[in-house]
Design a protein around this ligand. Structure first.
Ligand code: NAD
Length: 336
């Protein structure tokens, strides 16, 4: 059993914590919270052990949320830490992980240099085997890499161009916007996503553009991939249909928008309406000679969850890529 601690129990941390509990080979030993908010209360009610920084002990005491100890005490007893703290905070914690000689998984909000390797399970699991520090790339980059590496099984990928429509905020982020504008982010090309893809596929010719849109549900990508050789549309479909973590949705059933995808997640009674799969609109798939164009939606809050679970196994050298992906998919009920 791998003993896992989760540092930072917000949007990503709480999902990864729940996913760890479902793994047959992992044990969630506790989570770190800094403030005794509703997320801390929920964790306590679920029976999850809460650890806090020294300076937060009094606040938790006053709020009546019991704690199990301090951050250092938790990390000491872990085999590995999943760091899901806000952008840049993970890098500050790295010295503690190093000092206590613990492996750690960082998130995409950290700079690539924080880790030994940036990670996407379908692209470079083997490269991450036994690495002490792994960085799971951001939600947008995870979707780009999952799709690009899958298309790499149809033919050699020569060039990628992508436009990313980013959700403005997560549903719980009440103070973020815009509420009535589209904002190129940045208004220069390429956006940082291309560089992030290159942190995993080093020499890929990729350029990306990004715009923030007033929605909280999902991102949307418009992807254009050029392969070395001519390909057939049926081969693109066949590979996509047979790849885990990618789902094709058809307009035949009136599924044409992110709101409808989230409604399906609700109807399926998925926890928190999560959709960790890349949701490709199958009618958008266009193939001409060696060029593929397609559109897909990305659920920012959950797409990196299976990658975090695989990154834990890779770091601990626990399983092969195929085994880990299979266990993660079946334990989390992931389609594709
Ligand atoms: P979040 O704000 O929802 O959660 C972060 C949690 O860390 C909060 O509970 C906060 O209280 C806690 N925290 C703050 N300072 C801390 C400290 N010093 N020690 C311990 N905990 C602390 O953030 P998030 O959206 O879950 O993002 C976490 C990471 O995941 C970031 O790197 C982000 O870029 C990345 N990520 C986010 C998304 C997304 O859409 N939300 C998607 C993919 C990756």
């Amino acid at each position: 059993m791998i003993s896992v601690a989760v540092n930072g129990y917000g949007t990503i941390g709480k999902r990864v914590a729940d996913a760890i509990v479902k793994q047959p080979d992992m044990r969630l030993i506790g989570v770190v919270k800094t403030s005794p908010n509703y997320e801390a209360l929920m964790a306590h009610r679920k029976g999850i052990k809460i650890y806090v920084p020294q300076q937060s002990i009094k606040k938790f005491d006053e709020a009546g949320i019991p704690i199990a100890g301090t951050v250092e005490e938790l990390i000491k007893t872990a085999d590995i830490v999943v760091d899901a703290t806000p952008n840049g905070v993970g890098a500050q914690y790295k010295s503690i992980y190093q000092q206590l000689q613990k492996n750690a998984i960082f998130q995409g909000g950290e700079k690539a240099e924080v880790a030994d390797v940036s990670f996407s399970a379908l692209c470079n699991y083997n490269e991450a085997l036994n690495k002490k520090y792994i960085r799971v790339v951001s939600c947008n980059t995870t979707a780009l890499l999952r799709t690009i590496c899958t298309m790499g099984r149809v033919g050699k990928v020569e060039k990628v161009r992508a436009t990313i429509v980013r959700r403005a905020a997560d549903p719980k982020e009440v103070k973020k916007g815009p509420i009535n504008s589209l904002i190129p982010d940045p208004a220069t090309v390429p956006s940082h996503h291309a560089k992030d893809v290159n942190s995993v596929i080093k020499n890929l010719d990729i350029a990306t553009m990004a715009v923030i849109a007033p929605t909280t549900l999902m991102h949307m990508h418009f992807l254009n991939i050029t392969l070395k050789d001519k390909i057939e549309k049926k081969d693109v479909f066949s590979v996509l249909e047979n790849t885990p973590r990618i789902v094709l949705v058809s307009s035949k059933y009136d599924v044409e928008a992110t709101a409808e995808l989230v409604e399906i997640a609700r109807d399926l009674k998925r926890e928190r309406n999560d959709i960790p799969e890349v949701m490709i609109f199958s009618d958008s798939i266009y193939v001409k000679d060696n060029e593929i164009m397609l559109m897909y939606a990305v659920h920012q809050e959950s797409i990196v969850v299976p990658e975090n679970i695989d990154a834990i196994r890779a770091s601990m050298g626990a399983r092969s890529a195929e085994e880990s992906i299979r266990i993660t998919n079946s334990s989390l009920g992931i389609l594709g």
